[in-house]
Design a protein around this ligand. Sequence first.
Ligand code: PXP
Length: 248
Amino acid sequence: MQEVRLGVNVDHVATLRQARGTSYPDPVTAAALAESGGADQITIHLREDRRHIQERDLRILRETVQTRLNLEMAATKEMSKIAYEFKPDMVTLVPEKREELTTEGGLDVAMKRDAIKDMVRFLKDGDIKVSLFIDPDIDQIRAAHKVNADAVELHTGSYCEAKNESIVKQEYGRLVDAAKTCAKIGLPVYAGHGLNLQNLAPVAALKEITEFNIGHSIVGRAIYVGMVEAVREMKAAILRARQGALQE
Ligand code: PXP
């Protein structure tokens, strides 16, 4: 079967730690357990306001992660320098607003093409792969391709948060079209944001998508069943959906 990766985002383990300013729970421990449960990648978002993940986490995870480390970050010079120093396997450039609860909407690559192109080149020179977190929009995909991104991650938030069946259908259609466009132009395509055991299957069935980055629902589920089991469940759900689609 074609490769499909699960990136486990451990930001919200750090959210709980930062809520009390304690040294626990530690996202480093969570990452090791996630890998035991079958995570193919550990994803962290080092936000400019450092509200959850800290530089200390990035430094230790760079040493301890056995799979791949994906650093989500804002497209700024300060963050590029940090990435260049710590050398994650991949950087995912995301838009960032201080007042937002979580990442809202994708990066506007089409609008900021020159600046993003320079940043992509700088990071790739440092031997770091670069993915761009974008809305499932054909113009954004074309722009991402033009700035030489290694991959794009499609923002699944609008699909996951859709309030009725007709919007779900419409948003899912956008993901399908975007995934197919990426495949056509040879741009690796990933997906993430808001995915959980209830809404994942149709997206995981899209064979063009080769990586999923999932955090909040896994960390939430881990409270009840533990991190290893929560990751196992999610990985099994992805593989089930993928196998089902291939048999059709
Ligand atoms: N991918 C990207 C680029 C993100 O910014 C996030 C949220 O940090 C995720 C995936 C994971 O989203 P969630 O926590 O909703 O699963």
